[in-house]
Design a protein around this ligand. Structure first.
Ligand code: ADE
Length: 378
């Protein structure tokens, strides 16, 4: 795998930080048209009406930064940061993701950013973070997302070390339900990791950060992801489709139950080597059903990987590990959550780690002859 250009990851102990994606970002991305966003946003929100927590406050159509009182940073990524915010007029609370235009242009990620905005706008699922609106100014694109109060699943996993089998099963089932839903809409997520799963006030998962997600009917060839979670076909540039998500579910299940991912090393190259060798060692305490499912997910041969077979996601949902999980009740949040965040009110941000409040740079766009350098890009 020596051909692989890899930019050093931010440490996995540094939560909320999707690793620098510059060298991993591909150039063959067909985002869906931005015009489609408002249409798609208007056409959703019906399926889970009776699910607690599916009621999103409304916001005016036209928004600007001055409409919000900005609060603590909840997470940072390569293009900007997510901050807690209160909408001044309505008092509703939000998580605003500010994407720095200069970074997006520099890293050639315009299409990824556009597809994040349009894909998120087209989704309506209890385990997917809701996008309520977007706006922009000279320097940033802003995504107004629902505020997910319980913090990152990464933090829970780090604090617990490893999870009980029953708890891992419920979280795993939620991720399976997410991928089943996304794949049904021909969307591949491509960046599953504990940092991208948030815990809502009920203790259920919400997946966030669609910066790598892609609308795709067939295989794609873009290289992206996080070393520990990258699938073999991604490393081999063989083209990859929905199977990459099922691979990452196998990694996540293993990490929840073992306390660390199956392929680990300080050097990403060594991780890639282990992935290609494909040898998974299970600790002796490992649940048999979990072991069986993980073995069916961490299969390099796409024609044999669970999720990619004729039965699709059903093979996974019907696997014996999930035998006693009612997906129907799960989707309606009727099953007891493993742990419910203790929060003091909707503006409580204590579940999120602290980040330095400024990235130390102010990059203003350079206007030559009064021309907006980003005009037409966004
Ligand atoms: N909603 C979307 N992203 C979020 C984040 N990182 N933290 C809290 N709520 C969010």
């Amino acid at each position: 795998v020596s051909f692989l250009v890899h930019q050093k990851e931010s440490s996995r102990t540094e939560s909320g930080c999707t690793p620098a994606r510059g060298s991993l970002g591909g150039n063959k991305v067909e985002g869906i048209g931005i015009e489609a966003v408002s249409y798609m946003m208007a056409s959703s929100r019906a399926d889970f009406e009776d699910t607690p927590g599916s009621d999103l406050p409304t916001l005016p159509d036209r928004l600007s930064l001055s409409d919000f009182a900005m609060g603590k940073t909840l997470g940072t990524g390569s293009f900007g940061r997510v901050r807690w915010a209160r909408h001044k007029d309505t008092g509703s609370v939000w998580a605003i993701k500010a994407l720095k235009k200069a970074e997006i242009v520099k890293l050639q990620q315009i299409e990824h950013m556009l597809s994040e905005r349009s894909i998120l706008g087209s989704l309506d699922h209890p385990f997917v973070v809701n996008l309520a609106g977007t706006f922009q100014d000279d320097k940033y694109i802003y995504l107004v997302l629902e505020y997910i109060i319980g913090g990152e699943f990464f933090t829970l996993l780090r604090n617990e070390g490893l999870l009980d089998n029953e708890d891992a099963r419920l979280y795993g089932a939620q991720v399976a339900a997410i991928f089943d839903y996304l794949h049904g809409k021909s969307i591949i997520y491509r960046d599953l990791k504990p940092e991208n799963l948030l815990l809502d006030k009920f203790g259920y998962l919400k997946i966030t950060d669609f910066g790598f997600a892609k609308v795709c009917k067939f295989k794609t060839y873009t290289l992206c992801g996080t070393p520990e979670y990258i699938a073999p076909e991604v490393l081999l540039s063989k083209g990859h489709g929905k199977g990459v998500d099922w691979w990452t579910l196998g990694i996540l299940l293993y990490e929840m139950l073992a306390g660390e991912p199956p392929f680990v090393a300080d050097d990403p190259m060594q991780i890639y080597q282990q992935i290609m060798e494909g040898r998974v060692v299970f600790p002796s305490h490992f649940d048999r059903g979990a072991r069986s499912l993980i073995k069916k997910l961490l299969v390099a041969d796409l024609t044999k990987r669970y999720g990619c077979l004729r039965g699709g996601a059903e093979d996974i949902k019907k696997h014996r590990y999930f035998k006693n999980v009612s997906f129907d009740r799960l989707l309606r949040r009727k099953l007891a959550a493993p742990s419910v965040p203790a929060v003091k009110g909707e503006d409580d941000t204590s579940a999120f780690d602290d980040y330095p409040e400024s990235d130390g740079e102010t990059e203003y766009p350079v206007y030559e002859d009064g021309v907006d350098p980003f005009a037409g890009h966004f």
